[in-house]
Design a protein around this ligand. Structure first.
Ligand code: CA2
Length: 146
């Protein structure tokens, strides 16, 4: 089973600023934890980050036939990107939306996710653990589909 983790804009800054909102771990720390759990679950993981909407769209399109499930923290593009939503809907690879912070407990503009309607579900507010819950959900989604 192959799972693609995608990370959107500014998540490369994790651990450097706003630790009270996003925690102290860097994205590399989170990737290490995801890879540890993936090993236990015997699944393979690809982990990527981009600040560019078009690059994320390209990776989503390219996932068809190569990955079983996508886990995405689209960061600010969650709230703005019809392009990401259309790409997720177009390829038909089950996709799980994740967030570090609880977007529903923050500013109103973060309450709306344009990608949520085309995702299997949303995991939000568990800090770095959202990534591990996303991985577990990805495995469950794939197993349920078999
Ligand atoms: O809580 C999440 O995971 C978010 O996807 C993070 C995004 C935000 O726009 C979403 O509403 C919720 C922001 C990622 C930027 O991360 C930073 C990390 C350190 C310093 C500044 C930004």
């Amino acid at each position: 089973m192959k799972i693609l983790f995608l990370n959107g804009p500014n998540l490369n800054l994790l651990g450097q600023r706003e630790p009270e909102v996003y925690g102290k771990m860097t994205l590399a720390d989170i990737e290490t934890d995801v890879r540890k759990l993936a090993k236990q679950l015997k699944v393979s993981v690809d982990f990527r980050q981009s600040n560019l909407e078009g690059e994320l769209v390209g990776w989503i399109q390219d996932a068809k036939g190569k990955f079983d499930v996508i886990v995405i923290n689209a960061a600010a593009y969650t709230h703005t990107s019809i392009a990401l939503r259309d790409a997720i809907a177009a390829i038909g690879v089950p996709t799980i939306e994740i967030h570090l912070s609880n977007v529903h407990a923050r500013e109103k503009f973060r309450h709306k996710s344009l990608i949520a309607p085309v995702c299997c579900g949303q995991i939000t507010g568990f800090g770095a653990k959202s990534y591990l819950l996303g991985l577990q959900a990805a495995v469950d989604v794939k197993v349920a589909k078999k």
